[in-house]
Design a protein around this ligand. Structure first.
Ligand SMILES: [Zn+2]
Length: 468
């Protein structure tokens, strides 16, 4: 029966649900029935709910591949201009395929295109890629119109470069489409793609890159359409400082005043959040998506998650294009989340069940797929081959040992996406080869771009050194 998978162990939500032994799991509903026969060949040692990657950017070619090494966030962003020009379909096909191979069936893709004229077309390519891989896609469509390169505007950099270098940089200052044009593009994307395995969302990149008029227009549009908003907020210490200057009443209070805060909003990072801000966000039903390894790699710090949990703020988990080993392994990210926030007391400040609640229940809410019952199959025997006891807590097993290589299957919306470690839907290795060939063909252009990125990088570094 192709509608069922037989599982030696089944636990939809570790830490909440009991582990059932020897059951058939209906792959559409996640419901179970017991299997009495002996000698049955099990399809899976362990079946759990597939976690959601609740914040990401769909990097097929990962950042280090084009020389964008870990750094403080602001100067790291300068090197993103070294991203090779590739086909957005192929780029995200590889990114989504890589994720699906780890057993993750839902992703929040924050699209990085800055050109409103291409956005509708690029969004179609991204949607097609997710559909071809077979995963659920939350598509956060970029919105920005303010202060490129530096908080306070690109002119701030003028003092950090020679007049000759400024004459090279100045013509490259980004220009943005009107608020109306940007919002209309998103309405068009939603008209074409909203529904099924796709949830279209507003994606203001961050308040430091949005004018007040844009933030207010997004709040109003979301109220009218019911569409969700996904936005970076208070990631680096420099953003904290700049936003304090720009919004003397406090950025969170400002967002509250304009009706931006609601259960339809998820904020990514929130590393610099303060207690009063967490209380307001929690009261308004906002969700926080934490990105522990990205926050460490870009030297933003450690988010106040145990405090957020204590104040009732919903927390989800996302990779933000990274992972501790640059490998998009959400299982390791779950482990890091627990270790970073466990504290030093006899009782942990951040309990194991919170990690699973974050990566499944709240992750599904953030991505707009609250009721999905997607399943990940895990090679339990390989992970636990040296166990002396059969009753070791599943939360401990997963948070201590689980990693991408033990994911053996992925079922999304009742369909097999990955089986025995291989995608059933696309030729992943072929797509990787083709993407890399496209990227390498762009290297001659990138050689020139490296000089500009170097100029911008050192100007930004110098500017913020004075700022600190
Ligand atoms: Zn991000």
């Amino acid at each position: 029966m192709s509608e069922c998978v037989t599982a030696e162990r089944y636990c939809f939500l570790p830490g909440r649900d009991p582990v059932q032994r020897n059951v058939r799991v209906n792959i559409r509903s996640g419901s179970t029935s017991s299997v009495k026969e002996s000698g049955i060949a099990w399809d899976a040692g362990l079946v759990v709910a597939s976690p959601a990657n609740a914040h990401d950017h769909g990097y097929g070619i990962r950042t280090l591949g084009f020389g964008c090494a870990d750094d403080a966030l602001e100067s790291w962003i300068a090197n993103l201009r070294l991203r090779p020009r590739t086909d957005p379909y192929l780029e995200t096909l590889v990114a989504f395929g890589r994720l699906a191979k780890t057993g993750v069936g839902i992703t929040m893709h924050c699209h990085n295109s800055l050109n409103v004229d291409q956005l509708v077309e690029e969004a179609s390519a991204v949607v097609r890629a997710a559909g071809d891989v077979g995963i659920r896609l939350a598509l956060s469509c970029p919105l920005l119109d303010h202060d490129p390169w530096t908080y306070g505007g690109p002119d701030q950099l003028r003092a950090s470069v020679t007049p000759e270098d400024w004459s090279v940089l100045e013509p490259l200052i980004p220009r943005y489409g009107s608020i109306e044009a940007q919002l209309q593009a998103i309405e068009e994307i939603a008209r074409r793609h909203q529904g099924g395995l796709v949830d279209v969302q507003y994606g203001p990149i961050g308040p430091q890159w949005c004018s007040n008029a844009l933030l207010e227009a997004i709040a109003e549009a979301s109220r009218g359409s019911g569409r969700r908003i996904h936005m970076h907020l208070l990631e680096s210490p420099r953003q904290r400082r700049w936003l304090n200057e720009r919004f003397p009443q406090g950025i969170v209070t400002y967002l509250d005043d304009i009706g931006f805060l609601s259960p339809r909003l998820a904020i990514a990072h929130g590393v610099q959040l303060e207690r009063r801000e967490i209380e307001i966000l929690s009261d308004r039903g906002v969700q926080l998506v934490s990105n522990p390894s990205a926050n460490l790699r870009l030297r933003s710090g450690v988010a106040p998650l145990s405090q957020a949990a204590g104040l009732g703020l919903d927390v989800a988990l996302g990779l933000d294009g990274t992972g501790t080993d640059d490998d998009q392994d959400l299982w390791r990210e779950m482990r890091l989340m627990r270790m970073l926030h466990g504290g030093r007391r006899m009782e942990p400040d951040y309990q194991a069940e919170r990690v699973f609640h974050a990566s499944t229940v709240i992750g599904r809410k953030v991505t707009g797929f609250g009721s999905s019952t997607d399943l990940t199959l895990i090679d339990h025997d390989r992970m636990c081959e040296d166990f002396l006891f059969d009753d070791i807590a599943l939360t401990e097993i997963l948070l201590t040992r689980m990693r991408a290589q033990y994911a053996s299957g992925l079922i999304v919306d009742g369909n097999w996406v990955m089986r025995e470690g291989q995608l059933t839907t696309i030729d992943f290795d072929g797509a990787c080869r083709e993407l890399l060939a496209q990227a390498r063909a762009d290297v001659p252009r990138l050689q020139g771009e490296r000089k500009i990125a170097g100029l911008l990088h050192s100007a930004i570094r110098q500017h913020y050194q004075a700022f600190e």
